[in-house]
Each structure stands twice: as structure tokens, then as C-alpha cells.
Design a protein around this ligand. Structure first.
Ligand code: SAM
Ligand code: FES
Length: 328
């Protein structure tokens, strides 16, 4: 659907939010059907060289118990996730240089043997590294642009460059990955006008997947006292994204469920068609704390898969079969 900026702002602020959600739900149904694709998310390292002001695992937070999984541990976690039926494995971490390109490539090659699609979400790397990961078999890459307001980006992401992150997204696209990006809504000083720009940006770069999550202030970060985003703003933004790009993959984000016990179900009924249950094991789940009240920290991968599976079926949807790639 072609929407101009003014129309997007109108939708983001409409008094008829329920009607907006229903419209997005219908577009999702008519374009993609009722399948919900599950991705098994492995949070394999909380070590990061960056210091994003909002992020619980930022380098400057001394209270984090830092970990990174060994190569064997990571591959083993992926194997177990594949064995319980996940057809996509998402590997996410801070920007942890322990995982050299060679190490990542070895890991990707081993995980690809489990007949799964592999998504990487490990931040900014060089063109050569993205190319090597792709050649090793990585199918998708997920990196949010966070905001297109460059001043805001530079305030909240010290020593990082918006232009560089944007260039990375273009490289990823050029290398033939399915490109996932997205934004965080409710960042301090972020305006509705700028969120409208963000949605147009995601359309312009041609994302295959768009993740939209509310910002939740973490008590051990410089933004501890900020208000944060709301579930409602997250849902509205996500619903408009669905209208703008009817056939892309849109996850019901974990941050939404952290704000409301039915957050992901509400998202699935407002345009989303993907869920990313956590398949990280043991204490690591708790240590990968981007924001407080993270859900499922004491659960097992199988428990998370069954729990979300039942919720999905309870609203008349089905669990997607196959890799759930972007169908253009
Ligand atoms: N390092 C990789 C990157 O930069 O893409 C992946 C990990 S990073 C922690 C994943 C996402 O978590 C970020 O893109 C950001 O949108 C989200 N995030 C970080 N802190 C958050 C917070 N306090 N509330 C909600 N989302 C947050
Ligand atoms: Fe790097 Fe959050 S600051 S993952």
C-alpha cells in the first residue's frame, strides 16, 4: 500500500486504534494467510564493544555477568532447537569480537547441516565478513536501524555512526541476504514524525523483515529514569508497517510481551506473522538482559515453544511449516 508521510502520521495517532489493528490483521491474512513462523532465538553472547545508552548489556554496565558460549555450546544449542522443530535459528549477540569471521563461518557451516535457515544478528561487521558469513550459508541478517533521526541516534549510540549502520544494511542486502531491520519506539525525544520517517526508510531500503519494539528503560543504564515506549505505540507502528509492506515478515516482539502478558498475541492480531521464542538455555537467558522484566527467563526451549504454540492456536492461527522466508 502506498502511504505518504502525512497519512502515516495520521494512522500513528488515530483515535481508532482498534480499526487500524483490524485493517493490518486483514492485510496480513489476505496476503500471507494464517501461518505464524517460529524462529528459535539463541542469545549466545552478552559481551559488547558498544555503549548504547538504552541497552542493559552495554559495555559500561559493570553489573552484568558476562558470558559467551563456546563454539560447541552454540552449535549444540542450535542442534537441540532444530530437533524440537525450529526451521530457523537466529543467533544474536552483542558486538563480541571473540567471534572472529573464521569462527562464525565454522559455526554457520555446522548449523546449516541441521536443515534450518540461519539468521545472524551480531551487529556491524566489515563487507568481507558479511560476505564470508553469507558464503558459509547464512540466509538472513537482522540489524535494526533503531531510528532515522541521526541526531537522536548519535546521542543514544555514542561512538557509532548512523551512516555506517545504514551502509552495513545496504551491503547486507547487496550480498543477497534476506534483510531484517527495524526500530525501537518510545526512545527519549523521538517524535511521531520521525517514526513516520523510519517506516518510509524501511520501505525504501526494501526490508524483508521489520522488527518494531518498544523501548523499555533498564535500571542500570543512563536512561533508567526515562518513560519508555508503550505497547500501544508499538502496535500502532507495527500495524502501519504491515499496511506499507503487506508481504514482509513482521515479528511479534518479546519486548511487547514484557509490557503486557498478551503482548505477542495482540501483535499477531495487529499485523505480525512471526514469533521468536527463546531457545537459549540455563542462566544465559537471565544474563542477556537488554531490559527489565524480560519474559521466560526460567523456562526451557521446549516449554517456550509449546507455550507460544498453544497461544497461537488459541487465536485460530497455525504454526508455519518450512523456513518461512519472505514471499514476494
Ligand atoms: N548487537 C546486535 C545489534 O546491534 O543489532 C544485536 C543485539 S541488540 C541488543 C538487539 C536489539 O535490542 C537492538 O537493536 C535494540 O533495538 C534492542 N534493545 C536494546 N536495548 C533495549 C531496551 N532497553 N528496550 C527494548 N529494546 C532494546
Ligand atoms: Fe551492544 Fe546493546 S550495546 S548489544
Amino acid at each position: 500500500m502506498s502511504l505518504d508521510k502525512q497519512k502515516i502520521v495520521e494512522l500513528l495517532t488515530t483515535e481508532e486504534a482498534e480499526a487500524l489493528y483490524q485493517q493490518a490483521d486483514k492485510v496480513r491474512h489476505d496476503t500471507l494467510g494464517d501461518a505464524v513462523h517460529l524462529r528459535g532465538l539463541i542469545e549466545f553472547s552478552n559481551i559488547c564493544r558498544n555503549n548504547c545508552l538504552y541497552c542493559g548489556i552495554r559495555k559500561g554496565n559493570p553489573h552484568v555477568s558476562r558470558y559467551h558460549m563456546s563454539e560447541e555450546e552454540l552449535v549444540d544449542t542450535a542442534r537441540k532447537a532444530a530437533n524440537i522443530g525450529f526451521k530457523t535459528i537466529v543467533m544474536q549477540s552483542g558486538e563480541d569480537m571473540f567471534y572472529t569471521a573464521d569462527k562464525m563461518c565454522r559455526i554457520i557451516e555446522q548449523i546449516k547441516k541441521f536443515d534450518v535457515a540461519v539468521t545472524l544478528s551480531i551487529g556491524e561487521r566489515t563487507y568481507e565478513e558479511y560476505k564470508a558469513f553469507r558464503e558459509a550459508g547464512a540466509d538472513r541478517y537482522l540489524m535494526r536501524i533503531e531510528t532515522t533521526d541521526k541526531d537522536l541516534y548519535h546521542k543514544l549510540n555514542p561512538n557509532m555512526s548512523w551512516q555506517h549502520r545504514h551502509d552495513c544494511l545496504l551491503m547486507i542486502k547487496e550480498l543477497g541476504y534476506e534483510l531484517g531491520s527495524g526500530i525501537m519506539v518510545g526512545q527519549p525525544e523521538q517524535t511521531i514524525d520521525s517514526i513516520a520517517d523510519d517506516l518510509l526508510y524501511l520501505k525504501e531500503i526494501g526490508v524483508d523483515m521489520a522488527g518494531i519494539g518498544p523501548f523499555i528503560p533498564h535500571p542500570q543504564t543512563p536512561l533508567a529514569k526515562e518513560k519508555g515506549g508503550t505497547l500501544e505505540l508499538g502496535l500502532r507502528t507495527m500495524a502501519v508497517m504491515r499496511l506499507l509492506m503487506p508481504d514482509i515478515n513482521i515479528p511479534a516482539t518479546t519486548a511487547m510481551e514484557s509490557l503486557h502478558p498478551q503482548g505477542r498475541i495482540k501483535a499477531l492480531q495487529a499485523g505480525a506473522n512471526v514469533v521468536m521464542p527463546n531457545v537459549t538455555e540455563g542462566e544465559y537467558r537471565r544474563f542477556y538482559e537488554l531490559y527489565p522484566n524480560k519474559i521466560c527467563v526460567n523456562d526451557t526451549p521446549l516449554h517456550c515453544k509449546s507455550c507460544i504454540g498453544l497461544k497461537i492456536m488459541s487465536i485460530g492461527r497455525t504454526i508455519g511449516e518450512g523456513y518461512g522466508s519472505h514471499k514476494k
